[in-house]
Design a protein around this ligand. Structure first.
Ligand SMILES: NC(=O)c1ccc[n+]([C@@H]2O[C@H](COP(=O)([O-])OP(=O)(O)OC[C@H]3O[C@@H](n4cnc5c(N)ncnc54)[C@H](O)[C@@H]3O)[C@@H](O)[C@H]2O)c1
Length: 349
């Protein structure tokens, strides 16, 4: 076993920068030896900031380099599936941001390539590594709150992304709720069988004109009988709102938002505190570091990654079911999505 794992970063945007900093500064068993972005300026900026020795001209250069053990795919979603295939064929371990793709057929091709190559693949569902949600999972897994009955996930962004982003995002269910779909099955430890999405445009009519929704409640039915809700909005004026509550036969467990400080300001008018941490980079900083540490350990100890390709695929099925439910105004069984994909595959050349 080599002493250090050499990583390369593909995609030097918002999330690429977060992961580059983790690999470069927080995980001593790793070195970040190359970065690549179609925007050379973005790659150069991260290379300078994180002391990365090489900004590669293209991904081919990264895949051809035998000294690189693993790649982090942090480019736009539409590039993930092909990059996974190329990385797997080059024998690189792969950390890939969510979602793998919006098409199950493309996801399956990517997962097949990973399987054939025998490399590790971990999908970037970082919230599983947030210490609050880890504690919720533990209370369910150990029976601390008894048999779980109800799950509530509140997941509201501080503000909507730019319209240009929304137009290529695949829609709110595939872009934003996908994290909550993963969280739901991770926390409950059972698969969702049916979803019903009541969704609308409440924040910005332009989001509706772009064909998307910005506000939704999604009801989930799990195979083990648990009933869940996900409450999403693209805008919460008080900041990033990320909470979970589970009710079980012996009690409940709930998590609060994370704050930059614990100060409470009391005056004659009110008792108040500062707003929660504003967005995912701050709120989930620890989880981003923890997920990469877990990926590194999976490689070093040759064990399964904690968020597999299948874990990446299932929330996409849930998101497609939610979209169908919204479009058709009815609950949708997840099985219907698999059946529809199979039908589409037979009629698509
Ligand atoms: N886990 C999370 O919480 C989280 C948060 C944000 C984004 N994401 C995911 O990460 C991905 C990137 O999102 P972002 O917000 O960082 O986007 P971004 O637009 O800030 O960055 C994407 C970068 O990829 C580059 N790029 C595009 N195609 C490329 C290619 N073929 N080769 C190399 N570079 C390429 C772009 O030039 C850009 O610099 C998306 O799939 C998104 O869903 C996950």
């Amino acid at each position: 076993m080599k002493k250090r794992l050499n990583f390369a970063l593909i995609g030097a945007g918002r999330i690429g920068k977060v992961h580059a900093e983790t690999i470069a500064f927080r995980i001593p068993e790793t070195a970040l030896t190359a970065v690549c972005d179609i925007d050379a300026g973005a790659a150069d900026a991260i290379a300078r900031r994180c002391g990365i020795p090489r900004a590669a001209a293209g991904t081919a250069e990264i895949f051809a380099d035998p000294a690189i053990d693993a790649v982090m795919i942090c480019s736009s979603t539409n590039t993930h599936a092909n990059l996974i295939i190329e990385a797997a064929q080059a024998g690189k371990h792969i950390f890939c941001e969510k979602p793998i793709d919006h098409s199950l057929e493309k996801i399956d091709r990517a997962l097949e390539a990973v399987h054939k190559a025998g490399v590790k693949l971990q999908i970037g569902f970082n919230r599983r590594f947030d210490p609050n949600f880890v504690r919720v999972r533990r209370s369910i897994a150990t029976g601390e709150i008894g048999t779980p009955h109800l799950l509530h996930i509140v997941s509201r962004d501080p503000g909507p992304p730019p319209l240009a982003y929304i137009k290529v995002s695949g829609g709110m269910f595939l872009d934003m709720t996908i994290h909550d779909f993963d969280m739901a099955r991770f926390l409950v430890g059972s698969e969702v069988t049916e979803v019903y999405a009541a969704a609308g445009v409440r924040v910005n009519p332009d989001i509706g004109k772009a064909g998307d929704v910005d506000t939704a409640v999604i009801v989930l039915r799990f195979a083990n009988g648990v009933i869940g809700t996900i409450d999403n909005c693209r805008q919460a004026p008080y900041g990033y709102d990320q909470r979970v509550e589970v009710l079980g036969s012996l009690g409940a467990i709930a998590t609060e938002n994370c704050y930059p400080n614990r100060a409470v300001i009391s005056t004659a008018e009110s008792v108040r505190r500062d707003l929660p941490l504003n967005f995912f980079m701050e709120r989930y900083a620890e989880s981003f570091a923890n997920e990469l540490q877990a990926f590194v350990e999976a490689i070093v100890h040759d064990r399964q990654t904690p968020v597999t390709g299948l874990d990446g695929r299932i929330p996409v099925v849930m998101a497609l079911a939610a979209r169908k439910s919204h479009e058709e105004g009815r609950p949708v069984m997840l099985d219907e999505i698999a059946a529809e994909e199979a039908r589409l595959e037979t009629i698509t050349p």
